[in-house]
Ligand binder design. Structure first.
Ligand SMILES: Cc1cc2nc3c(=O)[nH]c(=O)nc-3n(C[C@H](O)[C@H](O)[C@H](O)COP(=O)(O)O)c2cc1C
Length: 283
């Protein structure tokens, strides 16, 4: 009965996934007393699968359908909840608002199809240079929760983590000497026990781009859940984008995401993936 109700809701609401999600939540709330936890979990799994399957890289957006600013805001808010290395949040998100800037971004994105018809451009930026600020921010959050001296080992560890380990991991000098020393240290200690190998700026770049990529994925899934479409783009002229956004030297553009209401022609063929057995290994 629930399924029939959901199906009717789904069809009458123009297949709107957000509405579907809301309806499922409402229905599941009402029927909690009859549903056990396992059934509810299965319902969320189905929603999640629907959202993942709904997301495709769409390269042609409907010029007549705007993406509401609230959709973008909600999706960035969710992106910010993404897992990120040491909760350092070395990322920034730029929403390109002005029409003149949007025009420039079409050419910065090499006039590619998704960019030409995009309603919104969101630029995902890594900011490894902001590590002192973010480490301090995390330290302050721990101190706020302490009220005085650290009372337990978790709080002491937290203070050491952001007060000592993060500066050790992220500090760099112009000549790269600190990075070499750090790499050497992890190499030597790593001979005797398992150790995260971490050296200079290149390793730090990998770390911040990993986290930013996860945020980008959360963003795109949210856009799909809102019944809009996206296309991640790495085909862009980074120096021009950085100049346009007044980004400092050490900021990097992780990707630019074009958003709009996708058209069928924007999907270039079926979803092709290498077979499961070729990429998944049990060991
Ligand atoms: C980091 C990254 C960069 C990408 N850059 C571009 C791009 O510049 N232009 C484009 O049309 N698609 C781009 N894509 C989209 C991929 O081509 C697409 O995700 C892939 O073909 C799988 O298709 P699907 O997203 O529909 O599942 C990019 C995807 C990722 C993850």
């Amino acid at each position: 009965m629930i399924l029939i109700f959901l199906k009717i809701e789904y069809l009458t609401l123009d297949c709107g996934l957000p509405q579907l999600v809301g309806t499922i939540r409402q229905v599941s709330d009402n029927f909690t007393f009859t549903l056990n936890k396992r059934q509810i979990n299965t319902m969320y799994a189905q929603e999640f699968q629907a959202i993942v399957e709904r997301r495709r890289s769409n390269r042609k957006f409907d010029p007549n359908i705007q993406v509401p600013d609230e959709v973008i805001k909600r999706s960035i808010e969710l992106a910010i909840l993404s897992p990120n290395s040491s909760n350092m949040q070395l990322w920034e998100f730029y929403i390109v608002k002005s029409e003149s800037k949007k025009k420039k971004f079409v050419s910065y994105c090499l006039n590619q199809s998704a960019a030409k018809t995009a309603q919104q451009f969101i630029v995902f930026v890594t900011r490894q240079d902001l590590w002192p600020k973010r480490a301090k921010w995390n330290l302050e959050r721990i101190k706020e929760s302490m009220e005085g001296e650290p009372k337990n080992t978790m709080q002491k560890r937290g203070l050491d983590y952001y007060g000592k380990l993060m500066p050790f991991v992220y500090f760099n000098d112009w000549l790269g000497i600190t990075g070499c020393l750090r790499w050497l240290l992890t190499l030597v200690v790593g001979l005797f026990r398992p150790m995260m190998r971490f050296g200079g700026k290149a390793d730090q770049r990998v770390v911040v781009h990993k986290s930013c990529g996860l945020a980008a994925q959360t963003f795109m899934l949210s856009i799909a859940a809102e019944n809009y479409d996206s296309c991640p783009m790495e085909g862009f002229d980074e120096p021009r984008v950085k100049r346009e956004l007044n980004l400092p030297l050490h900021a990097e553009v992780n990707m630019i995401i074009a958003v709009g209401k996708g058209l069928e022609q924007g999907i270039w063929g079926g979803r092709q993936r290498v077979p499961y057995n070729e990429v998944v290994f049990e060991c």
